[in-house]
Design a binder for this molecule. Structure first.
Ligand SMILES: [Zn+2]
Length: 389
């Protein structure tokens, strides 16, 4: 017989069902889901602070359980999910469907399952005699570049009772993760000068200049392999082009070309050196050549998204505790980014550990197993025991 979520915990099933039915794809408001959490906590006598976006359509939620002392542990997750457009779902993505010990729905693994487990555990934390505060932090716009959490971190930084430790419940199969690379995504816009292709030397070919930059980027990626850290896969920083667009017709020297590049860097790497070298090459080598033909040409770079790397010492007390609570000694790193890098940067020791797998995250028929939700429940119970010793 397979596991049933209702048999395990009707309240967990109820909360999970509620969370999944909010369509919190990043482009949509998340405020209805946040209001649901706020009123749930309110009924338990816990105040929430909402940190809204300018349009008041999206919010982070931050709450804190006694005692009023410094430190404590924060449980954190993002409330937004990736779109389902163009994906072939066999179940309704915005409804909990339970089948053979698996709970299906958009965000079930990434990462409403974790948030449901956290909320379900709050009444027990509330009844316990906690010696350390428990902090709850739920963000928006993680999937589009860890944007929402930045105002949440400012809020936490400005409060006198900042947590010292954080568990980010991204799906890791409940195995503690102590690190991931940082990322910078950029767009390079090359503005040339058009003319009929028969007179090509009178124009400035945007595609050809973009190609020189792409080549330069390939050259800059090569020495990055020299600095290695075997804990990451691949064990060095990478730099690559993912998209290129330019030109309108073969008989016109192209005026515009842009390409998107991405750097994923080791925590100890100086990522700005490579990106600066690329921009120096554009400014000092290519632009003077372009502008000698036509002054109204040039190259601009813009940052599309970025997040810092995460690296917490796996031998640290906190990392070891999380390993105990999650009943897993399988420490590792992951290829995807999390908000953990930003918490780490803010001085909060962070470990990523949550139910489900990124094998299912972002895919059609995303699911989390009941077994994984049970493991998460046990980790939170162990944390509660430790905090109320
Ligand atoms: Zn996620």
């Amino acid at each position: 017989m397979s596991d049933s979520l209702a048999d395990f915990s009707p309240s967990l099933q109820h909360i999970f069902k509620e969370l999944l039915q909010f369509d919190t794809v990043s482009r949509n408001p998340n405020i209805a889901l946040i209001r649901f959490i706020e009123s749930y906590l309110n009924e338990l006598g816990i105040d929430s602070q909402l940190i809204m976006n300018d349009e008041k359509t999206k919010a982070n939620l931050y709450a804190r359980l006694v005692p009023q002392t410094e430190g404590g542990v924060m449980l954190s997750g993002h409330t937004d999910v990736v779109p389902v457009d163009g994906q072939n779902w066999t179940v309704d993505p915005f409804k909990l469907t339970e089948l053979d010990g698996k709970c299906y729905g958009r965000g079930s693994a990434d990462m409403k399952g974790f948030i449901a487990c956290v909320l379900e555990s709050v009444p027990r934390f509330k009844e316990s005699n906690l010696r350390l505060p428990l902090h709850l932090a739920f963000s928006y716009d993680e999937e589009i570049g860890c944007l929402g959490v930045r105002s949440l971190i400012e809020h936490i930084n400005s409060s006198p009772e900042k947590p010292t430790m954080c568990i980010v419940g991204e799906p890791t199969n409940m195995e503690p993760v102590y690190g991931h690379k940082g990322k910078v995504a950029m767009r390079c816009n090359v503005h040339g000068h058009p003319c009929h292709s028969a007179y090509a030397p009178q124009g400035v070919n945007a595609i050809e200049y973009a190609a020189k930059l792409v080549n330069k980027l390939t050259d800059l990626a090569e020495p990055l392999k020299e600095q290695q850290d075997e804990r990451f896969d691949p064990p060095y920083s990478t730099l690559q082009t993912g998209v290129i667009k330019g030109g309108t017709a073969l008989n016109i020297v192209p005026e515009h070309c842009h390409f998107d590049l991405e750097m994923r860097y080791l925590p100890q790497a100086d990522h700005s050196a490579s990106l600066n070298a690329l921009q120096d090459y554009a400014k000092n080598t290519l632009e003077p050549k372009m502008q000698s033909v036509n002054a109204n040409t040039g190259i601009q770079f813009e940052v599309l998204a970025s997040y810092p790397p995460l690296l917490t010492d796996p031998q640290s007390d906190f990392a070891q505790w999380v390993a105990n609570w999650s009943n897993s000694q399988n420490f590792g790193t992951v290829a995807f980014g999390t908000e953990g890098g930003l918490f780490d940067e803010a001085g909060v020791a962070t470990i990523v550990c949550g139910p489900g797998s990124m094998e299912q995250g972002h895919k059609p028929d995303e699911f989390v197993s009941v077994e994984q939700l049970k493991s998460c429940h046990h980790m939170l119970e162990n944390l509660r025991d430790w905090m109320s010793e």
